[in-house]
Design a protein around this ligand. Structure first.
Ligand code: HEC
Length: 116
């Protein structure tokens, strides 16, 4: 019983954090395609995906994107950057703060800085 209570408390702690904690936002909205580790192998990705979700751990690719590029793609979706429409737009779902947080999460996956 004690364990159950402890589990429930931690579940509520995660739920409360979901509005702002960038890692939680990533797991909730992005990990199904980009993978929990950001390597592009989320559980939603099937063979009929014409384009694989970006692997955020690929430093060489991620370095080519500026923070502003990443932000644009998250807010406006793939087509805004001439990329696949499989990458959805999030401007109606996420706040600007949450998107700024996500840019930092992705930089953590690639361990890189963007081109300016
Ligand atoms: C339904 C699946 C799906 C979800 C959910 C999703 N993405 Fe993507 N994402 C993609 C695909 C597919 C691409 C590759 C687009 C391409 O290369 O044409 C992509 C590409 C990207 C890129 C790289 C664009 C570039 O210029 O290379 C970024 C950054 C990105 N996604 C961030 C996110 C973030 C942050 C979230 C969560 C808010 C998210 N994605 C949620 C499918 C998804």
């Amino acid at each position: 019983m004690k364990t159950l209570v402890a589990i429930l408390i931690s579940v509520f702690a995660i739920m409360n954090a979901s509005a702002s904690e960038p890692e939680v936002v990533f797991k909730f909205y992005c990990a199904q395609c980009h993978g929990e580790k950001g390597d592009g192998s989320g559980p939603n990705v099937t063979a009929d995906f014409a384009t694989d979700p970006r692997d955020f751990t690929k430093k060489a690719e991620m370095e080519k994107l500026s923070d502003a590029d990443i932000k644009n793609v998250i807010l406006d979706g793939g087509p805004a950057m001439s990329k696949s429409a499989l990458m959805p737009p999030w401007s109606k779902t996420l706040t600007e703060d949450e998107v700024n947080g996500l840019v930092k999460v992705l930089r953590g996956f690639c361990q890189c800085e963007g081109a300016s």
